[in-house]
Structure formats: C-alpha cells, structure tokens
Design a binder for this molecule. Structure first.
Ligand SMILES: Nc1ncnc2c1ncn2[C@@H]1O[C@H](COP(=O)(O)OP(=O)(O)O)[C@@H](O)[C@H]1O
Ligand SMILES: [Mg+2]
Length: 251
C-alpha cells in the first residue's frame, strides 16, 4: 500500500487555549513495500504522525492517505505496534498472538495453527504456552510483533517498538523484523531513536526537525537486500549512518 501525507499539520491546545504546533506542515509519499524509518528529537510529533496514519487521530490540517484514499478511521489493513507490548497477562503466548484472529471470528484450531506457524520466525519456540509474566521484554515484543503480523497487514506502523530493550536484544529482534517484513510485502513506517537500526532496516530514513516536526532530510539507504547483521560492518553502512547523524545535527 502507498502511504502519503499532504501538507499535514497537527496542533494541540495548551491549557489556556494557546495553540501548540506539534507537527508539520509535512508532505511525503511512501511507495508500496517500502520501509521508512523516522528519526527526530523528542516531542517533534513522530507519535502524532503515527496516530494520524493509524486513523486514531484527525490532523489539524492537510490529509493522510492509504492508496490515495483519505484516512478517516482505523483500518484492518494497518498493523500498529508500540514500545509497550500490551499483552493480555492471562493469555498464553500463542493465544496472545492469535487474538486478532479470535476477534475476527476465526476458529480456535485455525487461529492456533496460524499462530504456531509464526512462532519459529519470531524466535519463540518453546514459549508457546508461557504467560507474559514469564517473558523478558524482548520476548514480549516478539509476541506483540506476532500479534500484528498475524493480521497480514499491508501497512506496518511501528512507534519505537524496541525502545525499551537493551542494545543486543534490540539488534536481534530488529534482524528478525527485517526478515518478517521482507516476506510480508507490507509497507513499513517505524519511529526509532537508533540510527544504526534505522539504516539497517530502511529504504529511506526521514529526519524530522525540532517541534513542530518537519521533514529536513530523506536519506535513501541504497544498501542491497536481503541485509544481514554483517552489513553493519561495511564502509557503505557507516557512510549512511554518518549522513543521517549529520542531518540530525542540523535539525
Ligand atoms: N494529546 C495531546 N495534547 C496536548 N499536547 C500533546 C498531545 N500529544 C502530544 N502533545 C505534544 O505534542 C508534541 C509532539 O508529541 P509527540 O507526537 O508525542 O512527539 P514525539 O513522538 O516525536 O516525541 C509534544 O510537545 C507533546 O507534548
Ligand atoms: Mg513518540
């Protein structure tokens, strides 16, 4: 799916009525199956943008589109993931992953079978019947990722999904996300603070300015795919990381 925004602005009201511009005006177009990473200072409107794209919030002006259709409400074609896994503590891993299918009325046997198919790719073998309270933060995010992917979304919106994880866990889970995204054919838009993660995953890295966030750089990451962890040691990888960092320093 193509994701685009045109002259989008999000403005909040501060107590007392003062306008607080959070985002934009901003315009961009993300091609079907592209992976865009967004980096930018805290408070520049990244989460606001994700909520608008998810149909959870109306822009103050301008528009956002999925395949040229204005986004008015949440769509089942869009999968959303946040820093907090929001798992149901009384459900096992497999039943948490299968939850969207249950809500869609899929039979228990069928939804457990589909969830079980995802388990190896998520690196969750042996944890099928575990409860969220027994999982590490990284494992919980793997379950959350499974719960999004089981819906076969055409658009993946990821708002700092690995932000609370330690560096090594984060690298492993982002490599698994890379594989899963590649197979999914979804368009992905991911907010991250990790420049190396952005370069490893994305086709383009958007750099936002200070609030109200504007698009100040669109760095095309032309590293070949499929990508692997070894790619992070390449000279070209380091060049892209430096390019993104330089753009952030100008933000
Ligand atoms: N519901 C809200 N009401 C008022 N201000 C908000 C609201 N949500 C976010 N903001 C403000 O808008 C700005 C952008 O927020 P956000 O989109 O969360 O940025 P980011 O995700 O880049 O940190 C911040 O200054 C934040 O305090
Ligand atoms: Mg945010």
């Amino acid at each position: 799916m193509r994701v685009s925004v045109r002259d989008l602005q999000v403005t909040y009201r501060a107590p007392g009525g003062l306008a607080l511009p959070a985002l934009g005006p901003i315009s961009f177009e993300v091609e079907p199956e592209q992976f865009v990473a967004i980096v930018g200072p805290s408070g520049c409107g990244k989460s606001s943008l994700i909520r608008v794209l998810a149909g959870l919030q109306k822009p103050s002006s301008g528009s956002a589109y999925l395949n040229h259709q204005p986004i008015q409400e949440p769509s089942s074609a869009v999968g959303l993931m946040f820093q907090d896994s929001n798992l149901m503590p009384w459900r096992t891993v497999i039943d948490n992953i299968a939850l969207p299918l249950e809500l869609a009325g899929v039979s228990k046997m069928e939804r457990r079978a589909q969830a079980a198919d995802l388990i190896p790719q998520l690196g969750l073998e042996g944890f099928e019947e575990a409860y969220p309270g027994e999982l590490s933060g990284g494992m919980a995010q793997r379950v959350a990722l499974g719960r999004v992917l089981i819906q076969r979304p055409e658009v993946l919106l990821l708002d700092e999904p690995f932000g609370a994880l330690d560096a090594l866990t984060r690298e492993q889970i982002s490599l698994d996300l890379l594989q899963l995204w590649q197979q999914s054919g979804a368009t992905a838009i991911m907010v991250t603070h990790d420049i190396r993660e952005a370069v490893l995953l994305a086709d383009r890295v958007f750099v936002f300015s200070q609030r109200p966030g504007k698009l100040i750089a669109d760095v095309h990451i032309t590293l070949p795919r499929p990508r692997h962890s070894d790619d992070m040691f390449n000279e070209a990888f380091g060049d892209f990381v430096r390019q993104v960092r330089a753009a952030i320093d100008r933000a």
